[in-house]
Design a protein around this ligand. Structure first.
Ligand code: LMR
Length: 303
């Protein structure tokens, strides 16, 4: 996640009923003899967990179960994020980078930002790389090409079923150069319909199949998110990250919204100037609208 030669000390936090299981995870980490793992702190004390951390991956939350909507878990998670934000604010390293994974990820990140005002807003992000990778996977399966040859899909908006997976700028590396995904797929009905729906609903489909939320793909995409943020995106490649909106692309400022970004020197930058067609505009606005409503709901849970 941080490069092939970066040693790490892992801080793991869980709730007291899970302390024994957490210690079991620590035992396994020790037993794995990872050469870069220089220490493991396994704790149920949020202050001990947050002290001095440089990268915080917030996976803790009340998980969505089959049949539950993300909004059902809002009130449980808002109070968790408020408490963890205060601990990060007081004890994390000054330039700590934060990735929120637990749902509702965008709004949890917003709550975290509110209650950790000294952490720069550019350092607080949420995970939509999972959706981004899902979109790459769907295109690669459809075209029967290597997933690593597909790039520049975009996830706009919320990590929810209103997200907009956009392939208008996506390309595939072929023997005769890079070709637009739209040209190669040559089926706008699929790209504007089933493809979008499959990516939007993938989290729910996995819960239905596994009776549990995604785990491997979520963890792997969290590593991708942090790795690209810290080490940079390849030239000509953009990735999707949930970041604090500055009003780019007409998205209301003050939401944590997924945009196409490039990263360099440990900083992300929203890719500017992409042409947005009418269908995209509608879908980008719909997911922004949902995020505004979630924001209102989250604040009402805090009262
Ligand atoms: C996912 O996208 O796999 C998860 O965010 C689904 C969920 O709601 O837990």
């Amino acid at each position: 996640m941080l490069g092939a030669d970066q040693p790490v000390i892992l801080h793991m936090l869980d709730i007291p009923p899970a302390a024994e299981a957490l210690n079991g995870v620590k035992m396994e980490l020790v037993d794995a003899a990872f050469p870069l793992l220089k220490g493991v702190v396994a704790t149920t004390d949020v202050v001990e967990a947050c002290t001095g951390v440089n990268v915080a991956v917030m996976v803790g939350g009340f998980p969505r179960k089959e049949g539950m909507e993300r909004k059902d878990v809002m009130s449980k998670n808002v109070s968790i994020y408020k408490a963890q934000a205060s601990a990060l604010e007081a004890h994390a390293a000054p330039n700590c980078k934060v990735l929120v994974v637990a749902n509702p990820a965008n709004t949890n990140a917003l709550i975290l930002k509110e209650f950790a005002p000294s952490i720069p807003e550019k350092n607080i992000t949420c995970l939509t790389r999972l959706d981004h990778n899902r979109a790459l996977g769907q295109i690669s399966e459809r075209l029967n090409v290597q997933v690593s040859d597909v790039k520049n899909v975009i996830i706009w908006g919320n990590h929810s079923s209103t997200q907009y997976p956009d392939v208008n700028h996506a390309t595939v590396k072929t023997a005769s150069g890079e070709k637009p995904v739209r040209e190669l797929v040559a089926d706008d009905e699929w790209l504007n319909g089933e493809f979008i729906k499959t990516v939007q609903q993938r989290g729910a489909a996995i819960i239905k199949a596994r009776k549990l939320s995604s785990a491997l793909s979520a963890a792997s995409s969290a590593c991708d998110h942090i790795r690209d943020w810290v080490l940079g995106t390849p030239e000509g490649t953009y990735v999707s990250m949930g970041v604090y909106s500055d009003g780019s692309y007409g998205v209301p400022a003050g939401l944590i919204y997924s945009f196409p970004v490039t990263c360099s020197g440990g900083e992300w930058k929203i890719v500017q100037g992409l042409p947005i067609d009418e269908l995209s505009r509608q879908k980008m606005d719909a997911t922004a609208q949902e995020l505004s409503e979630e924001k209102t709901l989250a604040y009402s849970c805090l009262e």
